[in-house]
Design a protein around this ligand. Structure first.
Ligand code: GDG
Length: 455
């Protein structure tokens, strides 16, 4: 059965750059996963047309399915995307209370845009087709879909953390948001903890959880493990001098990722374990993100000052501790980094899941994963070296352990993580969600039948 998928970003956008019209592919992990399902099954994908030429393509057929675009004015974009989704909800759901913008116009734009999505869905959903909504930008949609009289089975997948109920309830619109979500027929999170937090929020704000609990699930998003494990990238491509170990990280520039802390942990390693200095090079790849937002511009300055200071203090003609790259790398380059890295240092302060950690595990042949215990992926990658990213001493200690870890331990840790990543891949995730949705839909159908035909 084909789906009607709804995401804020589209799988492709049309852009005019330097006089040429180009099609830009959205390469994030979620877009890749959903594109695969759509390519196999067909269906409709409703999303925000934010490319500068997208208005020429309100609807188009692409890769076996149909894309339908929703448009916003620049004022709506600011209110919906910058102010409310990224300015209020993103910090809230990552426990950054002080960064939450509380601008009253934000929520009205958020409601309005969710409404636009609901209208578009009402015009394109086929009877019996399942509607699958994604993430925090579209939390009001499940209820709005019902209000438009659609009876389609609706799933909402939440990709970021769900915070503790008390913290969530600091949001002025906490009740409205959770009512919006709870109207879905099925809700999925990446971990049991987020699921538990959500149920507690329903209990405290809606006064009910028992009738909601049965439709809430946790399925940790998988990756295209076969692709990452079999791609013939060549380790020879990245060789460090003097047999130095390569420590790697890859993140979007974001305050949730703990980038400054991580650079400071590297400095701590050099200070605490001087013998480990010069035995490694840390390659820190940071992908530009939300580049028009002043907060992100300042964050970049802070990070670059810290990296510059550390390199200035410890570099000499034959060694530089941190190679910092602020750019997007190609898939091919990324694969080479994954294959060549001895240690992946993935220490977000908090992260819904973190696909990079799973991609590294699938791609590496003999690498060590150091992972924040506050990343959703830490629940399934149980043999990673877990750290509290705020504890710079602990991160330095685990780096020291990793730099000195015997081969046999590296192998055994990797084996169990690989098994998990290979088994619980993207196909597993898609089929678990679709099988669960089929079962719930069947049960709901039986209930309706028994109400209309009592024995
Ligand atoms: C949300 C949640 C959750 C990144 N830089 C480059 C590049 N990437 C690719 C990675 C990976 C993806 O982008 C980023 O993965 P995240 O896990 O950070 O996902 P997001 O979509 O940003 O975030 C997050 C996720 O949803 C899934 O539910 O894990 O917690 O915040 O696939 O490989 N790829 C290439 N060059 C780059 O420079 N080629």
């Amino acid at each position: 059965m084909s789906y009607l998928i709804v995401t804020s970003r589209c799988p492709i956008s049309h852009e005019k750059t330097g006089g040429n019209e180009t099609v830009k592919k959205n390469v994030g992990g979620v877009a890749t996963a959903l594109s695969r399902a759509m390519k196999q099954e067909g269906g409709t994908w409703v999303c925000w047309g934010d490319g500068n030429l997208d208005h020429k393509y309100p609807e188009e057929n692409y890769d076996g399915y149909k894309i339908v675009r929703v448009f916003m004015t620049s004022r709506e974009r600011r209110g919906f995307y910058d102010d409310y989704a990224n300015g209020t909800l993103w910090p809230l759901f990552h426990y950054f209370r002080d960064r939450m913008k509380l601008i009253s116009t934000g929520i009205s734009h958020y409601r309005q845009i969710n409404g636009k999505f609901a209208d578009t869905i009402a015009n394109h959903a086929k009877p019996g087709q399942k509607i699958w909504v994604h993430d925090y930008q579209l939390a009001l949609l499940p209820k709005m879909i019902r209000e438009r009289g659609l009876e389609n089975f609706t799933i909402l997948t939440w990709h970021i953390p769900w915070v503790a109920s008390e913290f969530y309830s600091t949001l002025p619109e906490a009740k409205e948001m959770i009512e919006g979500i709870a109207a879905a027929d099925m809700i999925t999170f990446h971990t049991d903890l987020y699921k538990k937090n959500f149920i507690e929020s329903c209990q405290s704000l809606l006064g009910r959880a028992a009738d909601i609990e049965g439709k809430i699930f946790s399925f940790s998003l998988g990756i295209d493990s076969a692709f990452y494990s079999s791609n013939p990238a060549n380790r020879q491509n990245i060789e460090l001098k003097n047999n130095r170990k390569l420590i790697l990280s890859l993140d979007r520039l974001d305050y949730t990722k703990g980038l400054v802390n991580r650079a400071l942990a590297i400095e701590n390693l050099i200070r605490k374990y001087p013998k480990d200095a010069r035995r490694f090079t840390y390659v820190m790849i940071v992908t530009p993100s939300r580049t028009s937002v002043s907060e992100y511009i300042n964050m970049k300055k802070d990070l670059e000052m810290t990296v510059g200071r550390i390199n200035g203090t410890y570099s000499d003609l034959s060694w530089r501790p941190i190679i910092y790259m602020y750019r997007r790398v190609t898939d091919r380059q990324l694969m080479n980094y994954y294959r060549s890295a001895d240690i992946a240092l993935i220490t977000p302060l908090i992260d819904g899941l973190n696909l990079v950690s799973k991609e590294f595990v699938a791609a590496t042949k003999s690498g060590i994963l150091i992972l924040s215990r506050f990343a959703g992926a830490a629940y399934s990658l149980s043999s990673a070296l877990k750290v509290n990213p705020n504890d710079l001493n602990e991160v330095a200690d685990r780096l020291h352990d990793a730099l000195n870890m015997p081969e046999s331990e590296i192998e055994s840790r990797l084996e169990s993580m690989k098994e998990n990543v290979m088994k619980r891949d993207i196909n597993w995730w898609l089929s678990e969600i679709s099988a669960t949705a089929d079962t719930l839909e069947g049960l709901a159908h039986e209930r309706r039948e028994s109400i209309s035909n009592p024995q």
